[in-house]
Design a protein around this ligand. Sequence first.
Ligand SMILES: *Cc1c(COP(=O)(O)O)cnc(C)c1O
Length: 467
Amino acid sequence: MNKPITNHMPTAELQALDAAHHFHPFTDKAGLAAKGARVITRGEGVWLTDSEGQRIIDGMAGLWCVNIGYGRKEMGRVAARQMDELAYYNTFFQTTHVPAIALAAKIAELAPEGLNHVFFAGSGSEANDTNIRLVRRYWQVKGQPERDVIISRWNGYHGSTMGGGSLGGMKPIHAHGGKIAGIEHIDQPYWWGEGSDMSEDDFGLARAQQLEAKILELGPEKVAAFIGEPIQGAGGVIIPPATYWPEIQRICDKYGILLIADEVITGFGRTGNWFGSTTFGIKPHIITIAKGLSSGYAPIGGSIICDEVAEVVGSAGEFFHGYTYSGHPVAAAVALENLRIMQEEGVVEHVRDVAHPHLKAQWDKLAEHPLVGEAKLVGLMGSIVLTPNKAKRAKFASEEGTVGLRCRERCFANNLIMRHVGDRMIIAPPLVITTDEIDILMDRARKSLDECYQGLLDDGLMVEKAD
Ligand SMILES: *Cc1c(COP(=O)(O)O)cnc(C)c1O
């Protein structure tokens, strides 16, 4: 093909080429070919433009990552400068370079106390694969190689590689390609959907105590680590009851198992602190990072490792693990520039003191909408659940996700990106969103909910699932 592919090609041509040659992640190929993908051509701040010239407010920060917003010119300049200076060198075999050094030191400065060592990866999935090998290696060096099981939660998300997908608790992912050995799952702390008639606090405790039951079932001498997201993101922004994390912490401490906080979403300001572990009072041995580390401007992830684990694994010769792009200089320089912007512009403080309170005042009120059950928000990470009967916390009679998808389509039509997970609607806008932009986002969200509700009434779908 001689013609260059540009933003100025007709949308239908772009869509046809896309459907013919681009095999998309997490997308139904036939459905995409029939409908055509929405083509995004530009981004600025919290705004996206598509190939039809529509301006869309991005309530999801891309995939939870564009925390400083789109189109920051400094980022491109830093990337170009780094490519001129040193486009690539590796960090294997006793070599290093300035961007990787500077970024590791900056992350150690921002991370909770005692977490001072960074192993770089190219993504969150890769970082979690690193974590599997790292915790198993840790127990080997400690003379307890039989400790190799990692406990995780159903409906958790830890990525899409074999390791990340296995750690995650999403059965449709396990069904496509299987699950590696040595990963066990316990139930999630999802009170609205699974709490039956327990109080939220009792339910949070009960779900955390499943960890202790699982450790005892497997034998404590077999368990290497527990991994969890402080707030489950891809699972539907499930914010655990206040009792949950303290009990998980108590159990990990009691049995001496390593605690991994997967902060790929909650890291770097999303919850109003630099790390969600601070927000929830968690003391992890390892924190998984990616997404907001570079605000999505370059692919980079990593594991922030506590002193003890780094010392043990580092005391026994080489750790046979690493990626060609571990600490990639351009990605590292871009991430460092992102963190500079976040610090100098007070982005975390903006989330905590300005954006969160402004959004929360409106978000909480959504619970009064006839279609909405609970509405929850921590920092700039929020969810609502759609229900035909909020008093009973009822599900819809229609297949799960039908109503969520209808709602998302209303959002799309109103130029708002809000995602659905089943019949939950979720948001995670760029952290730099202004109060005026929050008002626009909320106007569009309310309009979309009203339209969705009216459509359900018209189509006779406000019907509860029989118990
Ligand atoms: C997105 C995500 C991952 C995977 O990150 P990738 O960069 O897509 O590999 C892992 N854990 C959590 C909590 C995530 O949200």
